[in-house]
Design a binder for this molecule. Structure first.
Ligand SMILES: *Cc1c(COP(=O)(O)O)cnc(C)c1O
Length: 369
């Protein structure tokens, strides 16, 4: 009897390594508020991510939300509905209005050729997502943003550590946000960061994550509490020491998947982007029912019958969430709608064995005709 396979499984550093990392906290009694672990992780990540500045936060969601606030954005933000709930919720919670742009059918990222038609005199920013580790068309988005005087904030939650021609993905746009959630390639249990260029923005963000407090007597922003604590930062320090080995193991699993599923009629895989150092975060598969012989839901049910959990990620489109009261029309982003209805992400984590990948693929292929 084989064990249940979940869609993901957190990477863990050796137990003793984490214990050694947190032991000094019993001496210092400094558990949060930008302590030594926070400072060290911030320095190490600036270096690893290849970005000018990093600020650490409690999670990736607060990174996006407080970055939007620190950029002082008001009005409409052009974004993608093919993303995790967080991206759209951050826009709405910050008082802005999301305007949904369709996606590219190959990379699943925002289609830059559709952006300009959505720009109005209320547009203040573009918020694209590097979906599944696929990098957006950053040059074209940059050109459009400059032409129209718009800010660009990337949701880089899926692209930890990726580089394009050696350049850190977090250095694109005005601001990029990463998530260090337990299920991501790199994690600090919960956590996230904002990468930025402008130091004045960095100061505003640092105040906003600490209640807007500038100093003991001055409060200069309507802030929240989004400081990364020392135990999470310590987990981040341990995770970062092992990251290249973890990515290497994910790469092996992905190559095994590709060896089984490449070239199968009715199956579309994520592209291999030239010049990109990938992090192998997810393994999405798009099923074309007419050509493959089974649809996404049938494949998912068959895997579940074998105790294998795949995930409809991303489904449904964020633009259709009940909390937005039917304000948006998913038919206006037809590619995103089609992909969300036909995508399934298969299990992927560093310790997933090649034998498990083989078994998953044979169940998937057996669903076809
Ligand atoms: C995980 C994720 C987030 C949110 O990050 P948290 O750390 O879980 O708050 C935002 N956007 C995308 C695309 C994500 O995958």
């Amino acid at each position: 009897m084989s064990e249940k396979i979940l869609v993901t499984r957190s990477s863990m550093p050796p137990f003793q390594e984490y214990i050694d990392e947190i032991a000094p906290l019993w001496e210092s009694r400094w558990l949060t508020n930008m302590g030594v672990k926070h400072q060290e992780l911030q320095r190490n990540l600036t270096d690893y991510l290849g970005v000018p500045h990093v600020d650490l936060l409690t999670n990736g969601h607060m990174a996006i939300e407080l970055a939007l606030q620190a950029m002082d954005l008001h009005g409409e933000i052009i974004t993608t509905p093919f993303t995790f709930a967080s991206t759209t919720q951050a826009i709405v919670r910050s008082g802005c209005t999301p305007v949904f742009c369709d996606i590219d059918p190959v990379t699943f990222t925002m289609d830059p050729s559709k952006i300009e038609a959505l720009i109005t005199d209320k547009t203040c920013a573009i918020l694209p997502v590097h979906v599944y580790g696929n990098i957006c068309d950053v040059d074209e988005i940059d050109r459009i943003a400059k032409k129209h005087g718009l800010k660009v904030l990337y949701d880089a939650a899926h692209t930890f550590g990726e580089r394009v021609k050696g350049q850190g993905v977090g250095s694109f746009g005005d601001v990029s946000c990463f998530s260090f959630h337990a299920t991501k390639v790199f994690h600090s249990i919960e956590g996230g960061c904002v990468c930025y260029h402008d130091e004045a923005f960095g100061e505003r963000l640092a105040h906003l994550k600490n209640f807007g407090i500038k100093n003991q007597e001055e409060v200069d922003g309507i802030g929240a509490n989004a400081k990364m604590n020392e135990f999470c930062a310590a987990m981040g320090l341990c995770s970062l020491r092992h990251i290249s080995g973890e990515i290497e193991k994910r790469k092996r699993a992905v190559e095994r998947y590709r060896s089984h599923l490449t070239g199968v009629d009715g199956i579309q895989l994520s592209p291999i982007q030239p010049d990109v150092e990938n992090n192998y975060a997810y393994f999405p598969v798009i099923f074309d029912r007419d050509r493959f012989g089974a649809d996404r839901d049938a494949v998912m049910a068959e895997l579940a019958a074998h105790d294998i959990a795949a995930r409809k990620y991303f489904y449904p489109l964020t633009s259709t969430f009940a909390c937005y009261g039917g304000k948006f029309n998913a038919e206006e982003t037809p590619t995103a709608l089609r992909i969300s209805r036909s995508v399934l992400t298969l299990p992927l984590y560093a310790d997933l064995s090649e034998a498990d990948v083989d078994r998953i693929c044979s169940i998937v292929l057996n669903c076809g005709t």
